[in-house]
Design a protein around this ligand. Structure first.
Ligand SMILES: *Cc1c(COP(=O)(O)O)cnc(C)c1O
Length: 445
């Protein structure tokens, strides 16, 4: 071998040759040729500088490329929080994911194939909601819960109409966003009544006047007050005359036995609400969307009025959301509901099996009982008995960096991997992630 051949710079493969690597050709189909080419050029440069061997250029380029054309990465939710807003709230059911694929291409989202004319946009999702919620005469779908509420306020009270609401329900929903500010930003006027802890029927009655657009009930979905408190229910308010709008937040369509304090759409309409607004990606378990449901003749007419309001066009959802929502409402039980209904004994058995398997590999893992929660601004104070694999605390940061990343929680100096919000099918992947972290630590030691 001559000195020239031994010089690694001369053995760096040509770009075209590297791009012909089957894995890189596949990556080019997924990610675009330009992006793959940039990774190859960076790897060739690393080889020229002697940081990698020339034979490893293709592998280095492959390793530098993401698995998909999105920077969003799937994460295993071992936090014990069912609806983690930072993790995208509800994971979709397989049926909803399949529906996304169907709607992704050209589709009849707004075309009546029988006549060839414009059809009702999202008719399937609306029909699914009406079927699922007894008493819902009409439904419309906005971008999210906040949009549904804002649209109702703008359409029904936006030109200076008054919205009567209890001071105890002027809440902050998260990330600094406040219901009162959201409402006022639509041009509607708020008429707060009562006090933080107590509001009576007469407070509402005294405030009603010619400018009253509607009475608003906001479910305080992320906190509980106790002690000397009193609030007025939808049933009593519905007897006062003006329309009653209830923002129930979490999107339960019908009552759930584990969540007795969480209002549901059917029950709220039955109690006399004209309109109900809710999120679709909380306890309903669907994609991000905001539901607007109308009950009775008046509520049905109000939905139509809101739907025809100009701003509605700026808040409408796309075909992907409509498809996933329809599949969630009309299809099999979504993951969030399975997590909610999980048997604690089954969770304990899974934790024990996982911990035993990891411990057999010399990893400091034990199963432990935990308490999980709904999160995502829903069902505050509801404690869900759960089980976790407990690891030394340093695993927490390392697992967020694993592939796939795992989000656990730290408590009492340990990293807890709670199984309440993880499907059983993810246990093997979770164990692999823990082993990869333990292996990396072992190699460093
Ligand atoms: C979550 C929530 C909202 C906001 O809904 P998004 O879908 O997050 O926009 C509004 N009101 C209540 C009561 C909520 O719980």
């Amino acid at each position: 071998m001559t000195t020239a051949d031994a010089d690694p710079r001369r053995r760096v493969p040509r770009t075209d040759a590297v791009l012909a690597d089957p894995a890189l050709a596949g990556a080019a189909a997924r990610l675009g040729r330009d992006r793959v080419k940039r990774a190859v050029i960076a790897a060739q440069q690393a080889a020229r500088e002697g940081r990698i061997a020339p034979e490893d250029v293709a592998a280095a380029a492959r390793a530098a490329l993401p698995a998909a054309a999105t920077g969003i990465r799937p994460v295993l939710n071992a936090s014990g929080v069912l609806l983690h807003t930072n993790l995208g709230r509800a994971p979709l059911s397989a049926a909803a994911v399949e529906a996304l694929g169907v709607a992704a291409g050209t589709c009849d989202v707004e075309l009546d194939l029988a006549t060839g004319r414009r059809g009702t946009r999202g008719a399937g999702a609306v029909a699914a909601l009406r079927d699922a919620v007894p008493g819902a005469g009409a439904a419309w779908i906005a971008n999210n819960g906040a949009a549904a509420l804002a649209l109702v306020c703008a359409a029904l009270a936006g030109t200076g109409g008054e919205i009567v609401v209890s001071r105890g329900q002027l809440v902050e929903i998260g990330d600094g966003f406040r219901i009162p500010e959201l409402i006022e930003s639509t041009g509607a006027r708020l008429r707060p009544v009562g006090t933080t802890n107590r509001t009576h029927l007469r407070d509402y009655a005294d405030a009603i006047g010619p400018d009253t657009a509607f009475l608003l009930v906001v479910h305080p979905s992320n906190f509980v007050v106790s002690g000397f408190v009193s609030a007025v229910g939808v049933r009593e308010l519905s007897g006062l005359g003006p329309p009653v709008v209830a923002d129930i937040g979490s999107g339960l369509l019908t009552a759930h036995p584990l969540l007795p304090d969480e209002p549901d759409a059917a029950g709220t309409l039955a109690a006399g609400a004209d309109l109900v607004t809710a999120s679709a990606d909380k306890l309903l378990g669907g994609p991000q969307a905001g539901l607007l449901l109308g009950g009775g003749e008046r509520g049905t007419a109000l939905v139509e009025r809101v739907r025809r309001f100009p701003l509605a066009r700026a808040m409408r959802v796309d075909k992907l959301t409509l498809a996933a929502l329809e599949a969630t409402v009309a299809g099999p039980v979504p993951p969030v509901r399975e997590f909610l209904d999980a048997d604690p004994a089954a969770l304990r058995a899974r934790a024990a099996q996982l911990a035993a398997g990891l411990a057999a590999d010399g990893i400091d893992a034990v199963a432990t009982d935990t308490v999980a929660g709904v999160g995502g601004g829903g069902a505050p104070g509801v404690a869900l008995p759960s089980a976790a694999v407990a690891l030394p605390q340093h695993y927490a940061a390392a697992l967020r960096d694993a592939d796939p990343p795992v989000l656990g929680r730290t408590a009492e100096g340990r990293c807890l991997l709670d199984l309440r919000a993880l499907p059983p099918a993810a246990d093997a992947e979770l164990a692999r992630a823990v082993r990869s972290v333990a292996g990396a630590a072992g190699r460093e030691a």
